[in-house]
Write a protein that binds this ligand. Structure first.
Ligand code: HEM
Length: 546
């Protein structure tokens, strides 16, 4: 059996490296030292190949990408980046789940929707907390003492992680706490848009502009009047530290390679530590108050709380910013979509007079529920650009669905892109951005919501989804109502930036380069604008909410 596999794999390898093999054999006839080197390489190869197959249990999901033992998956990941898992799904189309063996670890990649649901149901065996704890250690610089506390029990309801969810999630679900959070963020964004109107117009680098606006609005609403990110030194520190988070999480290079980013991270942690020591959170949102009380109740030190704030910052803005960028891009780069969305959001506006001035009130509920083109574009942004790699760690050996052995300590991964780029679910035009894809005529069945993985799923389903959704939809609506957004570069054409360099620590693709735009106020932009959250409710997009 083993020999068959060795043979098959040699055939694979030979096919993949045919040209190279020919050159090498030419060389071999003349170079005996090289021949000796190559024979020892071949012996190593055979040895690794035997190790790979002898340590693979036949009940585990099928093993693939074995041509170069333990390295083929790494080579594929480097070569294809975020397209690797869709490439593998297309190559091994019939596999609901498969095994990738990397140096020191096993990765089980889930293709089948049915198996994703089964993985999510095993939340006490296939668990998420070790992933958060590892990120806190290598990327956030949390101390050994704090790590010991959070790692003490990662399974029971009484452990640090499960009690964290219970303590904080209610302040992000629907209700007055969420409306206050969204209302505060919208007040900051609306004031910024007012400024542009007063200045006449604005030329901007679109990503840079959105990043600054969302960073300020989101952190102001969460941290309150003493938001540390209002200090430009801290904003700069975040911008310097954030792009390295993925590399820090991979933990492959020594820390001195990220000297400047780590300095920025420590600077931010210090600023948050001061925010904490001075009890500034008591003036912040309900969410940050509950968040802080939780860490304090677990005896986490002030300096570690500073480090954990960096993790909270990542959750808050890392995905919201690129999502807002794509939303503005796709709503404004297609004139028909712009027109339809504008017609829809206009229905959410009522105008009355207050203190002798015209006041325009935008109803959040109408924006969230009764703007089909806007909603569909938002969902398509997630389908097309969403790249969340939901991961779990096996806390013990487990037979998934009674069929597949998941070994203790291994990683189970459910890449969103595999689901979001499935022709079976979305149809032949899966590789095209279709803003109206999610619109349905009355009586028409909706697309399978389980295949929509933009916010992950199961017990780790993103708790910030209502906040992020409200902020992005309302911001887009406000821009539609008050501005024309024109492409500034490349002779006035919208050109979608590539996304090949996206950090895979994030759940949303990021543009490789920025684009120039001009914001021109529309008639009525100079009026007073505000949002009403009366009866705002949730904006349901994921299977769990629907
Ligand atoms: C468009 C914006 C956002 C996107 C695309 C997004 C996406 C995600 C995804 C994919 C996950 C992982 C789920 C899994 O592994 O199954 C997640 C988890 C999480 N998100 Fe978000 N998120 C966004 C905004 C936010 C915001 C604004 C907050 C905070 C208020 C937040 C807080 C969290 C937290 C705390 C978790 C961890 C959940 C846990 O450990 O159980 N997210 N998010």
């Amino acid at each position: 059996m083993l020999l068959t596999v060795v043979y098959t794999s040699f055939v694979d390898l030979a096919q993949e490296t045919k040209a190279l093999g020919f050159l090498l054999s030419e060389f071999l006839s003349n170079h005996t030292t090289l021949a000796a080197t190559l024979s020892s390489l071949a012996a190593t190869y055979l040895f690794l190949f035997a190790v790979l197959h002898l340590t693979q249990n036949e009940k585990e999901p099928p093993l693939v990408a074995t041509a170069v033992p333990f390295l083929s998956p790494v080579i594929g990941m480097v070569k294809l980046s975020m397209d690797f898992y869709t490439h593998m799904r297309n190559k091994h189309h019939d596999l609901p789940i498969y095994t990738l063996r990397l140096p020191g670890t096993r990765l089980y990649i889930v293709n089948s929707l049915n198996l994703i649901l089964r993985v999510q149901r095993q939340w006490r065996t296939l668990i998420f907390p070790p992933v958060s704890a590892r990120a806190s250690e290598v990327a956030m610089g949390v101390s050994k003492d704090a790590l010991a506390i959070i790692r003490e029990d990662m399974i029971a309801d009484t452990g640090f992680f499960h009690t964290f969810i219970k303590a904080t999630h209610p302040s992000l679900s629907s209700g007055p706490a969420l409306d206050r959070l969204s209302g505060d963020a919208m007040a900051v964004l609306t004031a910024s848009l007012d400024n542009i109107v007063h200045r006449g117009s604005k030329r901007a680098r679109m990503f840079e502009w959105i990043r600054h606006e969302f960073l300020m609005a989101t952190t102001d609403s969460v941290y309150g009047p003493h938001n540390p990110l209002r200090d430009p030194v801290n904003e700069e520190a975040w911008r310097n530290y954030h792009p390295t988070i993925m590399f820090l999480m991979l933990d492959l290079l020594p820390h001195w390679a990220f000297h400047s980013a780590i300095k920025s991270r420590n600077q931010l942690a210090k600023a948050f530590q001061n925010y904490h020591i001075n009890r500034r959170y008591t003036e912040g949102s309900d969410y940050i108050q509950r968040w802080t009380e939780h860490f304090v109740s677990w005896d986490i030190s002030a300096s570690d709380i500073g480090c954990f704030h960096n993790a909270a910052m990542f959750a808050l803005v890392a995905n919201t910013i690129p999502t807002a960028f794509w939303m503005i891009y796709h709503v404004f780069s297609d004139p028909a979509v712009t027109e339809d969305c504008r017609k829809e959001v206009l229905k959410a506006v009522s105008i009355n007079e207050e203190n002798g001035e015209e006041m325009c009130t935008v109803r959040a509920r109408t924006i969230k529920e009764h703007c089909p083109t806007l909603r569909s574009t938002f969902q398509e942004v997630f389908r097309f650009h969403g790249m969340a790699n939901s991961v779990r760690i096996a806390s013990e050996d487990h037979m998934l669905d009674g069929k597949y052995l998941i070994k203790k300590g291994s990683i189970v991964m459910m890449p969103a892109r595999v689901q979001h780029h499935s022709k079976e679910v979305w149809g032949e035009d899966v590789e095209v951005f279709n803003a109206r894809r999610f619109m349905r005529n009355p009586g028409e069945p909706r697309l399978d919501p389980v295949a929509f993985r933009g916010f992950g799923g199961g017990t780790t389903l993103c708790p910030g989804r209502h906040f992020a959704t409200t902020e992005i939809l309302l911001f887009t609506a406000m821009v539609l109502l008050r501005f024309d957004v024109l492409p500034g570069g490349s002779e006035g054409k919208w050109i979608m930036p590539a996304t090949k360099k996206s950090s895979q620590a994030e759940a949303m693709e990021q543009p490789d380069c920025d684009i120039d735009i001009e914001l021109r106020p529309r008639p009525g932009a100079e009026r007073n604008w505000r949002v009403s959250f009366e009866g705002a409710g949730e904006a349901a997009f994921v299977a769990e909410d629907l």
